[in-house]
Design a protein around this ligand. Structure first.
Ligand SMILES: [Zn+2]
Length: 450
């Protein structure tokens, strides 16, 4: 989301681990079969970290198959092999491995959860729900089962059932940020669409827009999102789309969106769990598109790099967010992000902010300095893309590619920034940032408060 404070959508990716495995858990007691602990841990970690998930999952499949042959009685190995197979798109085999895990350990609540996910991917939404329920009966876990049920109900168009799954989850986990955001959006969407039994729909190549506005407005949003999507693809050719459409819930007005009750300053949201954007129509199209371009970028990156470092995700989202479509040339005008510029210039002048070597390897940038961090992240992306006709653009690309290959943040750093003279890089960044000018006439900051 476009934020000054924080971008809640990313909290949805960072689910806390179960505090303590109550019944038998595939996360818990088994640290890896003796003699294979390292390979086992790496195969599991690859499935949960950033990277191009499908390609990485193939590697984990190969390794876990070897381990499963050596230790056929280890339920956890079968469970994780099943997870890898599901991500790799091999659903029949994935189901077989979860069945095997449950045969060995009937109390493995994660295997029940996985079976639900597999059934949902196969389109058997109705059968998926009992699997999630069984998982919850064995272990309440972190609220994940409630979210899975809500997502499944939403796929079936059952808003009331989805809401009650979220309410049930919140009564057990009142502080779970994922459940809170999902609950707020569900509430707001139901209210806004109550008087609109047949939403306006626009299907484009990469988006499915459903709106309680007019068909014209849904089409218009679809058109603008397609334009920026094309630019994302040109700018990041390593990201491959997978044929699915990104959902878009388009509210008739900012007031309707606000009625969801999300934190002040939030003007749009991307929910990875639903692969859906929540946006509001704004008669000032320019203001609306600042939010849409930012949020849609999160959805685009989610094709390929789940769990991307925040500076990269937010910096790129803000980079595209400031662009403007030019009807005359049929191209985007690349513009300085004016609502971040003052902050980062003040930061450079005062010589505060996180030194770049630390900033660039931190996974999270939210928290009390979020406003500064957003500005710094945007300015780094802008600098690396634009300085001296892209002097550092390949560094950014090598970093991105290393992450997509599933390398750690430290390894990705070594392949890219680690090859630079960071003192020189920092000085050039500071000078370039201080010289940046706001685009003429661009002043509004919709939905944001300073
Ligand atoms: Zn964001």
């Amino acid at each position: 989301m476009i934020p000054v404070l924080r971008c809640l959508f990313l909290c949805l990716l960072a689910l806390p681990a179960p505090a303590q495995a109550k019944p038998w858990s595939a996360q818990g007691p088994l640290h890896g079969p003796p003699g294979e602990a390292e390979r086992y841990a790496a195969a599991k970690e690859r499935l949960q970290g950033p990277g191009e998930r499908r390609a990485l999952a193939e590697k984990s499949v190969a390794e876990l198959k070897v381990i499963a042959r050596k230790y056929p009685a280890e339920a956890a190995v079968h469970h994780w092999l099943g997870v890898a197979l599901r991500i790799a798109g091999k659903l029949d085999e994935a189901r077989h491995e979860q069945d095997e895990a449950l045969r060995l350990q009937p109390g493995c609540y994660e295997a029940h959860m996985e079976l639900g996910r597999i059934l949902r991917l196969e389109g058997s939404d109705e059968e998926a729900i009992p699997s999630f329920r069984t998982s919850l009966e064995i272990c309440e876990d972190t609220g994940r089962g409630h979210i899975e049920i809500a997502i499944t109900e939403l796929r079936r168009g059952k808003y009331a059932e989805a809401s009650s799954a979220v309410a049930e989850g919140l009564s057990a986990h009142p502080d779970n940020p994922n459940l809170n955001v999902l609950g707020s959006l569900l509430y707001g969407t139901r209210q806004a669409f109550a008087a609109c039994p047949e939403p306006a729909v626009a299907d484009t190549e990469h988006f499915h827009v459903a709106s309680n506005t007019t068909k014209f407005q849904a089409d218009r949003m679809g058109l603008q999102l397609e334009r920026i999507h094309k630019l994302y693809e040109e700018a990041l050719p390593d990201v491959k789309t997978d044929g699915r459409r990104i959902g878009v819930v388009l509210f008739d007005s900012a007031e309707q969106f606000k009625a969801c009750g999300l934190p002040e300053g939030v003007a749009g949201v991307y929910l990875p769990d639903l692969q859906t954007l929540f946006l509001a129509w704004n008669p000032v199209e320019h203001d609306m598109l600042i939010v849409a371009y930012h949020e849609a970028f999160h959805a685009f990156l989610d094709y390929a790099l789940q769990g991307a470092p925040h500076w990269l995700n937010e910096g790129l989202a803000d980079y595209f967010g400031a662009f403007k479509w030019d009807d005359k040339s049929g191209q985007f005008l690349h513009r300085v992000n004016w609502w971040r510029l003052d902050t980062v210039q003040e930061m450079v002048r005062a010589n505060v902010g996180t030194p770049l070597p630390q900033f660039l390897v931190a996974q999270s940038m939210y928290g009390k300095n979020a406003g500064l961090n957003y500005a710094q992240a945007w300015s780094l992306v802008w600098f690396m893309k634009k300085y001296k006709a892209g002097k550092y653009s390949m560094t950014l690309r090598f970093y991105f590619q290393a992450l997509m290959r599933g390398e750690t943040l430290a390894q990705a750093w070594e392949k890219s920034f680690g090859k630079l003279d960071m003192a020189e890089f920092t000085e050039e960044w500071k000078k370039f940032t201080l010289e940046a000018q706001k685009p003429i006439g661009a002043a509004s900051v919709p939905g944001l408060h300073k």
